[in-house]
Design a protein around this ligand. Structure first.
Ligand SMILES: *Cc1c(COP(=O)(O)O)cnc(C)c1O
Length: 377
């Protein structure tokens, strides 16, 4: 089956008990055993839950992976995946990853003996030079948050295979509709389902997709041991969101392209970051590896921070809020909001300036979105 059909029909649907077309919400902590040592496939909802299972199967099918796992948040998914490593292991990560990812890697995991190197993943030479005898994992995010830098997934996988390293990609921004990393040989895909997969700003959630039996067993073990799984109701919401993922992504990308083009021609705007623009340094790679450029557009205003705050005060259709990927358009200031947990010097090195604004372009009428930006600018 093709992507749009998988998004609506993957997993066990309709349900076997009564044929409900909408996946039932199995809001239960525990399941009756048929006999001592004999279950009907489920015993306790931390370990596995039927509603969660449909979501997990759906995400795995959309990514083309072996198995899927649903987590309470994107960070719960990431925290679980990083536990695949052991004390003394070294990870090479993109330098402009999601702020919470950076915080987990910089401020939490080193206390447990993991080592991290952050770098711009745009050259084979830089990445290879950072590999040490204890390097185990390459962690990438493309398009990155908030600068929409593009990582050449094929190149990173090639390096990883040569050095026997595990690759993990955060596919939150592109979603499997626009980028299918497993086709390039990536080992693990992580998601914040909070964003496009759910798409309605009404749930926080995460997911992991595996590619081998060994990784599947280990992630299932860790999810159960650490208790990082998602609730049945949250899984149901994400499932409902995923059914419209293809149509939403198409429209997000169309609206974002119009917004990027509009901003590029505005005299108050210094620079626009959108992988769909010819001027974007990663445009050629993005065109090659992605089916579309996504719904996030970042831009820098010409003047200082005063201009940023008056712009953010004036917008009306865009709401001033963190997060992204929902039907409603949002605007935020990475330096004081999503990336405040990143130290100033690291932010500056990564190119996240005080003048940078990130837009999550939603599904409102494009003329209303452009009018709103025009007024605010
Ligand atoms: C939001 C986000 C996360 C974290 O997900 P939560 O659901 O907020 O825990 C991780 N990676 C990216 C790219 C994100 O945008």
């Amino acid at each position: 089956m093709r992507f749009e059909t998988i998004a609506i029909h993957a997993g066990e649907r309709p349900d076997e008990m009564f044929g409900a077309v909408s996946v039932p919400i199995y809001q239960t902590s525990t399941f009756v055993f048929e006999d001592v040592g004999k279950t009907r496939g489920y015993d306790y909802s931390r370990t596995a839950n039927p509603t969660r299972k449909v979501l997990e199967d759906t995400i795995a099918a959309l990514e083309g992976g072996k198995a899927g796992f649903a987590f309470a948040t994107g960070m719960a998914a990431e925290a679980t995946v990083i536990h695949l490593l052991k004390c003394g292991d070294h990870v090479i990560s993109g330098d402009d990853v999601y702020g919470g990812t950076y915080r987990l890697f910089q401020d939490v995991m080193p206390d447990f003996g993991l080592e991290f190197t952050f770098l711009r993943m745009d050259s084979r030479q830089t990445i290879e030079a950072a590999i040490k005898p204890n390097t185990r994992m390459l962690w990438l995010e493309t398009p990155s948050n908030p600068l929409l830098n593009i990582v050449d997934v094929e190149m990173v996988v090639d390096i990883a295979k040569k050095h026997n390293l595990m690759t993990v990609i955060d596919n939150t921004f592109a979603t499997p509709y626009f980028l299918r990393p497993i086709e390039y040989g990536v080992d693990l895909v992580v998601h914040s389902t909070t964003k496009y997969l759910n798409g309605h700003c009404d749930v926080v959630g995460g997911a992991v997709v595996t590619t081998t039996e060994e990784l599947t067993e280990r992630v299932q073990f860790l999810l159960n041991a650490m208790g990082t799984c998602a609730s049945p109701f949250d899984c149901w919401l994400v499932l409902r969101g995923i059914e419209t993922l293809p149509v939403r992504m198409k429209q997000h990308a169309e609206n974002a392209t119009s917004v990027a083009n509009y901003l590029s021609g505005h005299p108050a705007v210094k620079r626009v970051f959108y992988p769909g623009l010819d001027s974007h340094p990663g445009h050629e790679i993005a065109k090659r590896q992605m089916k579309g450029f996504g719904g996030v557009v970042s831009f820098e205003l010409k003047e200082g921070t005063g201009a940023v705050s008056s712009f953010l005060k004036r917008i009306k259709v865009f709401s001033l809020a963190e997060s992204l990927g929902g039907v409603a358009s949002l605007a935020e200031h990475p330096a004081t909001m999503s990336h405040a947990s990143m130290p100033k010097e690291h932010r500056e090195k990564a190119g996240i300036t005080e003048e940078l604004i990130r837009l999550s372009v939603g599904l409102e009428n494009i003329d209303d979105l452009i009018d709103d930006l025009r007024r605010a600018l």
